[in-house]
Design a protein around this ligand. Structure first.
Ligand code: FES
Length: 82
């Protein structure tokens, strides 16, 4: 069993810092997505268009969650839009 002093839950955006990546395929960090939301992007489609996040195809290889980053982007849209 592995232990970590500061474990991050990559599927919970509230535990990630501004510089942590959300989209590993396209190297898009949390603060870039938050900025796009604050500038008016309110849907996954709009985030894709403004940041290029969620447009890659190597998720299973490069993303710690082993899947696409769309879930985390949708979490951020909800959090930031409140
Ligand atoms: S992790 Fe975002 S498209 Fe693959």
């Amino acid at each position: 069993m592995k232990f970590s002093l500061n474990p991050k839950k990559y599927d919970d955006v509230s535990t990630l810092s501004d510089n942590d990546l959300i989209c590993y395929c396209c190297d898009v960090d949390k603060q870039s997505i938050v900025k796009a939301i604050k500038n008016g992007s309110r849907t996954l489609k709009e985030i894709k268009a403004t940041t290029a996040a969620c447009t890659g195809d190597e998720c299973a290889i490069v993303n710690p969650n082993k899947r696409c980053c769309s879930k985390e982007i949708k979490q951020l849209i909800k959090l930031v839009s409140l």
